[in-house]
Design a protein around this ligand. Structure first.
Ligand SMILES: [Zn+2]
Length: 126
């Protein structure tokens, strides 16, 4: 993720932020106002230093270890609230689909385990 420099026009406080390019103007607030992004070439973070995974406590060093950590724990990087809401909706829709499939399969199994006589009775009722 690219890194950007932001400056508070009120007090001159400088901060470094990491953002997707599309969200680079989503700057922090300082002295009750949005910080201004400094115009400079964005630099890409080369790699990340070691840290203990907040998920399972394992030592994580480097981006690939971070990706593994997220994958191992069925997690994703935080991408903002909008993105989280979208993902939650998607997962709920998938769960609904799986449930409906299960119900359909169960009904199918019950029907197939019935005697031919009962199946005929149902077919005639439908
Ligand atoms: Zn300030």
């Amino acid at each position: 993720m690219p890194m950007y420099g932001c400056i508070c026009v009120e007090c001159g406080h400088y901060e470094t932020i990491f953002r997707h390019i599309s969200q680079r103007d989503d700057t922090p607030v300082h002295c009750s106002q949005k910080m201004v992004r400094r115009v400079e070439a964005p630099s890409v973070q080369v790699d990340i230093g070691g840290y203990n995974s907040p998920i399972d406590g394992q030592w994580i060093e480097g981006k690939s270890a971070r990706r593994e950590d997220l994958k191992r724990n069925n997690c994703r990087p935080w991408e903002g609230m909008e993105s989280e809401k979208k993902e939650a909706k998607k997962r709920a829709a998938e769960a609904d689909k799986t449930f409906e499939k299960g119900v359909e399969q169960a009904a199918y199994n019950v029907y197939n385990n019935m005697s031919a006589e009962k199946q005929r009775a149902i077919d005639n009722a439908a």
